[in-house]
Design a binder for this molecule. Structure first.
Ligand code: LMR
Ligand code: MN
Length: 453
């Protein structure tokens, strides 16, 4: 992985900055708070020094003497917030969250103070996973300050976190009416269009948003989806964006574009069994391929519905189904009932059954299928493909710039964090068995603690 280059050093995408050069300092003190400024400053000084307990006490006392002081309330919230961080206490954080909320209900707080308090309240609610509440907080802010674009932008993110793309879309449409050049709104709007499969429409928004250089736009996901949209339109400019995403530290390389990575792992598109060190597993798969095939075929005959259609929008066209036995390191007992001997083979192979960032599954692909070039989410796994039913010709898989074919009874291994693409142009179906394994260089500790994907 190359170092992250200075984000400002790229002349290719630089353009003149628009708008006011400098941000105005927020006004936090109302008329009353100005009369007690010295006392507020003294308390704030404690907080700035990291003395959160003393600061909390000072702000609490100030509030006792001046219950009408919005700034003291905000200082109390911030001190609780600091303390929560220091003590790693969600309970204290909850208190801070309520106190932030109370700032808005004080008599005559300044607009800047309300915005800071409620934005932070929403941010901490998100941190605790209380996404709905954070959306309500931001909605309250939007209602109070409908012309404030940055709040609307954050509300859009809240809706996206909720999975409510329609409301997010409405919010960004509103922003783009108020501020047609807002880069943050553009990348997010483009991202939503892309998720709705409005590929061509998404491109100008993602592109212009990234070109804006606005804060919050330099995110790997936007380069990822812009490149993907361009590839689907057959536009080679995709690689210009992948290159830039790589230069800016989002992708390990132009070909390897997973976004959930452990740095420094050996990275190459295709692996030999020996390189993985998982020789026992590969031997077991190749020796038992007929058993695995026959159990799979029996399921195909009797329980066709168990093969679920690929649902990640990776296909240009065609019919591609999967029957999953393990995912995220968990065995699907219901599925294993149908293929018990196959599942039993895996008892000895925690590198695969314990791979919380992968799956074990059958994959059936019918003639006339094309899988778009795509990239898996993580560099933490390698993907084994065991050929089960392979038509004589017409089926192939490209990983990076190396295209291969499956053979019945043989395992091929690739790293699906590299761009790969699949064609099925045969005249009968293709069945393979997919076994993900932990990247061999991950330590036992990493295998235990990495979050599931
Ligand atoms: C993939 O893993 O993306 C595909 O290669 C799977 C398949 O069935 O070919
Ligand atoms: Mn794939």
């Amino acid at each position: 992985m190359t170092a992250v280059v200075d984000k400002r050093s790229d002349s290719e995408v630089k353009k003149e900055k628009k708008g006011p050069a400098k941000k105005k300092k927020p006004k936090l003190l109302n008329k009353f708070d100005k009369t007690i400024k010295a006392e507020l400053d003294a308390a704030e000084k404690l907080r700035k020094k990291g003395k959160s307990e003393e600061a909390l006490q000072a702000f609490t006392e100030l509030l006792r003497s001046y219950p009408q002081s919005p700034r003291a309330k905000y200082g109390k919230a911030q001190s609780e917030d600091d303390l929560a961080e220091k003590m790693r206490s969600n309970e204290i954080l909850q208190t801070a969250i309520s106190t932030y909320g109370e700032v808005a209900d004080m008599p005559n707080p300044t607009a800047d103070l309300v915005k800071l308090a409620l934005k932070r309240q929403a941010n901490r609610q998100q941190f605790l996973g209380h996404i709905k509440r954070s959306v309500m907080t931001l909605q309250k802010l939007v209602d109070r300050y409908p012309d404030d674009i940055s709040i609307k932008n954050e509300l859009g993110v809240g809706y996206l976190l909720l999975g409510d793309n329609n409301n997010a879309m409405n919010v960004y449409e509103e922003v783009l009416v108020l501020a047609p050049n807002d880069g943050f709104a553009k990348v997010h709007y483009g991202f939503i269009l892309k998720a709705k499969n409005q590929i061509a429409e998404s491109i100008p928004y993602l592109k212009e948003g990234l070109l804006s250089g606005d804060p919050g736009t330099d995110d790997g996901r936007f380069y990822f989806h812009l490149g993907d949209a361009l590839q689907r339109m057959g536009d080679q400019e995709a690689y210009t964006w992948y290159e830039l995403g790589h230069k800016r530290g989002h992708f390990a390389s132009v070909w390897q574009r997973s976004l959930y990575n452990v740095n420094g792992l050996k990275a190459q598109p295709w692996w030999t069994t020996k390189e993985t060190g998982y020789t026992e597993l590969v031997k077991t798969l190749e020796r038992n391929w007929k058993l695995i095939r026959d159990e799979g075929l029996a399921v195909m005959d009797k329980e066709r519905g168990i093969f679920l259609p690929e649902d990640e929008n990776l296909r240009e066209k065609g019919d591609w189904g999967q029957f999953t036995l393990w995912q995220q390191g968990r065995r699907t007992d219901k599925s294993c009932k149908h293929v018990p001997k196959t599942c039993a083979l895996f008892e000895k192979f925690p590198e695969s059954t314990g791979c919380k960032r992968g799956q074990i599954k059958y994959s059936i692909m019918h003639p006339g299928t094309h899988v778009w070039p795509h990239t898996g989410p993580t560099n933490c796994r390698l993907r084994m493909h065991l050929g089960l039913v392979i038509p004589k010709q017409g089926c192939r898989i490209r990983c990076a710039n190396d295209t291969r074919e499956w053979k019945e009874g043989k395992v091929i291994i690739f790293d699906d964090s590299f761009e790969h693409e699949v064609w099925q142009d045969a005249n009968s179906y293709r069945l393979i068995f997919i076994v993900d394994v932990w990247h061999p260089e991950l330590t036992p500790h990493q295998r235990r603690t990495l979050s599931p994907i």
